[in-house]
Ligand binder design. Structure first.
Ligand code: ADP
Ligand code: MG
Length: 730
């Protein structure tokens, strides 16, 4: 049986599945946040004074006392039990990938030989998960494995199945962060303070600044049965071998194309379940590569948006399986076609309105806008290497710098209007008032088609950090990453820059300068200083690589070396000054990042070696034997003059197969040796560098020979589903 028939049987059954609708009578607005303990539900299930106090905790960071926690827990329990909930768990984001949970039942002895349902404020507020199996980078030795999770009331609790899920932070016995959420929340506090202070130059009534995040999640779907027949996909999330499909994305016919029925059914189901969990789904479409898709919600406050992205990723995997798919969140599951990213759209807003939007109503609005744009650029400029460190991983390294993805250099695109404006300010001092124009009406001169409004910001898809009208879009983030990693760095860096900005402006004011003049003076200086980060050209081009070096930007391409930017003096100073992460925490995290990098490549190398030795070489050799057998038989039938020509092709193939299998066998041995050398290295840094420099390139090198064999060996014998079978859902 040919492999196509072998692997697509189950897929066919699912093709017939109709698009599911939760209940045709119900609209998204009816079931949105059905499983979330929203304010509306708090209002309903909590006594009035408790409701008021918990809102004060959420909105203003007021301390949470035990009586309030107990009363909130009681209300939550009542609501959850109406949904059939029997367990609760603290839900946290350790430094591994994904999320962690440990379920406890509501049951307690009632003292009379029976059981009763109990959920106390203490259980809501704090848990002590045995933390010894989570990475801590040496902060907490295993014999002292205490870790604490503590409720984060700013992200609402929700229900999945029979379990009440409580978003929490996760810290060590001595208070160091062992997760993403703790430093994220600290970075949000830092930017709130720094940005509010700067806003008050313009509008003294501003009370707070919020950081927003809208993530666009890209992913691939593959048929479940095909996935099961690819040990590499199963174990590493990507194909370690596989020749290009004759057709892949060269026709550009997938992007925004109509969504195949089976995929549409998956998306619908996913959206319903996401909306029920309060994730504000908005956009869905095909992406550039075959079988690649994207999903985006309406943006939210960053802490909540991060939780929702984590939840969404686990939901995507779960729902995909119901539809006979596997959802691939790896950044580069298939070589030679586009990988998957997660664009992080970032903006700031005040309690009174948006911050990164132009034009404002007054020149004052416009000056504030320019201040925040320039200081964001300054932050990205100062910490461009660190920002890159925040998004790099063993998996995202395959995507970064590949032809379709952001290059391994961080720069920022602003568009023509803003570029002209900054230039004008820099050259003329901006004594005149800052003028910005709004969208332009654009008349197409076609009857029945109304005027369309054209945005004044252009687009540049090659820029890793592009301004897109009211936000910056950080495009280098990997599809399976926790968004928090990059949001911690970005928010902390901007907070630091705004703090420094304020110090300089205040110094000028103290010398007698008028405040707006002082602001303009500092902005002009900064426009000049951060000029190297501003780049409007093609980020994919070779010239940019050269130019970026001349400009002094970080052009490092090796992942482990990029990761070490976390321990640069200016990075440590920034994190400590903004009270986001201490030096020991940074050292621990860097160690974890490096060891995760090493482990990923180590697993890939093992699976790859096994596949070569157990799948590829035996099958290629078997086919070679068949050819040799054929040669002998031809020799037995035909005369010596005729056999030369009749065997020519067979002999060529026999030789080629021999050359490839010999190469593969020898180099797999080298691969094993290289691993052995790296494994005994003491420092995580040296080990990761050895894996990067010696192990990873060998995999890529051997792969070329495996992929050549795939083209030669009989399709019926080939043991793995091919790209053309994995990439086209019918
Ligand atoms: P595109 O692919 O053109 O960038 P999408 O519609 O796919 O646009 O995604 C845009 C994302 O940006 C959405 O998640 C959206 O909510 C988010 N977004 C829009 N405005 C803002 C803003 N002011 N701050 C943060 N995110 C925003
Ligand atoms: Mg986008």
């Amino acid at each position: 049986m040919s492999s196509i028939l072998r692997f697509q049987v189950v897929g066919e059954a699912f093709t017939k599945k109709p698009v599911e609708v939760a209940n045709p009578e119900q609209r998204p607005s009816d079931y949105f946040a059905k499983y979330v303990f929203t304010r509306q539900k708090m209002y309903h299930y909590l006594p009035a004074d408790v409701y008021k106090r918990i809102c004060d905790v959420i909105d203003n960071g007021a301390p949470l006392d035990m009586p309030t926690a107990n009363a909130v827990a009681e209300g939550m329990k009542r609501w959850a039990m109406e949904l059939g909930v029997t367990h609760c768990t603290h839900w946290f984001q350790p430094l591994t990938e994904g999320t962690a949970e440990k379920h406890d039942g509501f049951v307690e002895h009632d003292g009379k030989g029976g059981m009763m349902e109990v959920f106390t404020g203490k259980a809501l507020v704090q848990q002590e998960p045995d933390a010894s199996s989570f990475p801590s980078g040496g902060i907490r030795s295993t014999f002292e494995a205490r870790g604490y999770s503590a409720w984060d009331p700013s992200s609402p609790v929700f229900v999945i199945g029979d379990t009440l899920m409580i978003p929490t932070i996760f810290i060590s016995y001595t208070g160091e962060a062992l997760d993403y959420k703790t430093p994220l929340k600290k970075s949000l506090r830092a930017i709130d303070k720094a940005a509010t202070d700067v806003c008050r130059y313009f509008y003294p009534e501003v009370k707070s600044v919020i950081s927003n995040l809208g993530w666009e999640q890209e992913y691939f779907l593959v048929d479940e049965t095909i996935y099961a027949a690819r040990p590499d996909l199963l174990m590493t999330g990507r194909t370690l071998m596989g020749h290009d499909s004759a057709k892949n994305q060269q026709m550009d016919d997938h992007y925004f194309g109509s969504i195949p029925g089976r995929v549409a059914a998956f998306m619908k189901d996913l959206e319903i379940q996401a909306l029920e969990l309060g994730i504000p789904c908005k956009t869905r479409h095909n992406e550039v590569a075959p079988n690649q898709f994207e999903f985006a919600p309406i943006y939210e406050e960053t802490n909540l948006a991060v939780d929702h992205n984590m939840l969404m990723m686990s939901l995507m995997k779960k729902v995909a399986r119901h539809h006979g798919f596997r959802c691939l969140l790896h950044e580069k599951p298939f070589a030679g076609i586009n990988g998957s990213g997660k664009h992080n759209n970032w903006s700031l807003s005040t309690d009174t309105g948006v911050l990164l939007h132009a034009p404002g109503k007054t020149p004052m609005d416009n000056l504030r806008f320019v201040t925040f744009i320039v200081e964001t650029l300054m932050a990205v400029y100062r910490h461009n290497g660190l920002l890159k460190a925040s998004i790099i991983s063993a998996t995202n390294a395959h995507r970064l710098g590949a032809h379709e993805a952001p290059p391994a250099i961080i720069s920022s695109f602003l568009g023509k209007q803003l570029t002209d404006l900054l230039k004008h300010l820099e050259e003329n001092g901006g004594d005149e008032q800052i003028k910005l124009s709004d969208k332009q009406a654009f008349n197409l001169d076609i009857p029945q088609i109304p005027e369309i409004m054209v945005d004044n910001t252009d687009r540049n898809r090659t820029s890793p950090f592009a301004f897109t009208g009211n936000r910056f879009e950080f495009r280098a983030v990997g599809s399976q990453a926790n968004c928090a990693a990059s949001m911690i760095v970005l928010n902390t860096a901007v907070a630091e820059t705004l703090t420094l900005f304020k110090e300089r402006v205040d110094a000028l004011i103290a010398q007698g300068s008028e405040p707006m003049k002082a602001i303009l003076t500092v902005i002009r200086e900064d426009i000049r200083t951060c000029r190297p980060i501003h780049f409007e050209g093609n980020g994919y081009s070779q010239e940019w690589q050269e130019e970026a070096k001349v400009r002094g930007l970080d052009t490092e391409t090796s992942a482990p070396r990029m990761i070490s930017r976390y321990l640069d003096e200016e990075s440590i100073r920034m994190f400590e000054r903004m009270k986001v992460l201490s030096q020991p925490e940074l050292e621990a995290r860097t160690e974890i990042k490096l060891s995760t990098y090493t482990k990923k490549i180590q697993i890939e190398a093992r699976i790859f070696g096994d596949l070569c030795l157990n799948h590829i070489i035996p099958v290629a050799t078997r086919y070679q034997s068949q050819l040799i057998d054929n040669v002998h038989k031809i020799n037995g039938i035909f005369s010596a003059e005729e056999t030369g020509q009749l065997n020519a092709n067979n002999l060529k193939l026999i030789r080629q197969i021999g050359e490839h299998t010999t190469y593969i066998a020898q180099h797999v041995e080298q691969l094993i040796e290289a691993r052995k050398v790296a494994n005994v290295m003491e420092s995580e840094m040296d080990k990761a560098i050895a894996y990067h420099d010696t192990v990873a390139p060998l995999i890529e090198d051997i792969r070329i020979h495996v992929d050549e064999l795939e083209l030669i060996v009989d399709d019926e014998l080939w043991p793995l589903p091919k790209y053309r079978e994995m990439l086209f859902i019918r």
